[in-house]
Design a protein around this ligand. Structure first.
Ligand code: PSU
Ligand code: MN
Length: 335
């Protein structure tokens, strides 16, 4: 045993207090980087269905106040269908799974929120930024929280002329590496749909159209003319796909493409013309990279006098219903 004098003991105490303090503060910061709302932790621990939702659609995809009302409606639909909504977003450098009404409100009105995909996460977290998470960043958060079903409007894809610009959405590589099922209305015809499907095949992503046909939907239109490799006829068949992926331990995601309901698809052709005009303007204005999608969405909405926004909202509502049914069917298999 060692005998320490008073002054040595004082020094030791101060030193260990410092270590303790620094150690704990580092620990707290790291724990706080990823926050799962208690309602979601609770639901997951009881094997109840949970549906993850993204937030770039709120911060960059739709204008205020439609972004906020849609986000709230989507959460309400998920609840009405018997599942718990988990909207993902970045708040002061922390990745949140599940947002309070005040937090949703903040993201919907904020003009400084950034668009956060996988590559943006390290910087946005280190700088304590607020942001809307894209499909790729939302998949990361959903997987970490243990949520296998995620609903959005449309996923990113290979941009037109992508074979030259190499503008390929990080959503596609994320689908190749993260085991989450993404429910969407396919990809917008602002993108190169044929190349998007080719790229998804290369990434090993199982793509299935929801319904009786394999026709892959193009967001505003129920049919793109391109085919999904598969189709699932109902929520049970979709849940079987997800259950198989999880039980095999495949580390890749699934893309479930839900066609827009016929009654909302009428404006499809008018929107297609607006898309052509918006793409031409984006090219003329040299808009590139992550700014392309938000620019084109906004332009198309103006050109169609809000009709594209209406169609967008309707298809997201529909996706939320279908996604919730799938989450419910999946959780029944796990009970
Ligand atoms: N498509 C839409 N609305 C959107 C997006 C795509 O119709 O809001 C958003 C999604 O969050 C998607 C992201 O993950 O854009 C893809 O952006 P990029 O093309 O820059 O990868
Ligand atoms: Mn891009």
């Amino acid at each position: 045993s060692v005998c320490l004098g008073d002054s040595e003991l004082r020094l030791l105490r101060r030193f260990s207090a410092q270590i303790l303090e620094r150690g704990i503060s580092t620990l707290c910061r790291n724990d706080n980087l990823f926050r799962v709302h208690p309602s979601i932790t609770q639901a997951l621990s009881e094997n109840r269905p949970v549906v993850a939702l993204e937030s770039t659609i709120i911060t960059h995809g739709m204008p205020y106040p439609y972004n906020l009302s849609t986000a709230k409606e989507v959460e309400a639909i998920v609840r009405a269908e018997g599942a718990t909504p988990a909207t993902v977003g970045l708040l002061r450098g922390r990745l949140h799974v599940g947002l309070s009404p005040e937090e949703l409100d903040y993201l919907a009105q904020s003009k400084t929120s950034v668009k956060v995909s996988r590559r943006d996460l390290p910087y946005a977290i280190s700088q304590g930024l607020c942001g809307g998470t894209t499909v790729s960043a939302t998949m990361i958060a959903a997987h970490r929280a243990g949520i296998p079903v995620f609903v959005t409007g449309g996923v990113g894809g290979v941009h037109r002329d992508g074979e030259n610009s190499l503008d390929v959405s990080a959503d596609l590589t994320e689908l190749g590496r993260t085991p989450v099922a993404v429910v969407s209305a396919g990809v917008k015809s602002i993108l190169d749909i044929g190349r998007t499907l080719e790229y998804l095949e290369t990434q090993g992503v199982c793509v299935a159209t929801f319904g009786n046909s394999k026709n892959f939907p193009a967001f505003f239109s129920p049919q793109s003319g391109f085919m999904s490799p598969y189709n699932v006829r109902n929520a049970e068949e979709a849940a079987d796909l997800i259950a198989g992926t999880l039980s095999l331990g495949l580390q890749s995601g699934l893309l479930l493409a839900v066609p827009i309901p016929e009654e909302h698809a009428a404006v499809g052709e008018e929107i297609e013309d607006a898309i052509q005009a918006a793409l031409a303007e984006a090219r003329a204005k040299c808009i590139r990279g992550r700014d392309v999608t938000p620019f084109v969405l906004q332009k198309v909405n103006t050109l169609t006098r809000g009709k594209s926004l209406q169609a967008n909202i309707s298809l997201i509502h529909n996706n939320a219903r279908v996604g919730s049914h799938i989450a419910c069917a999946l959780s029944e298999r796990m009970l």
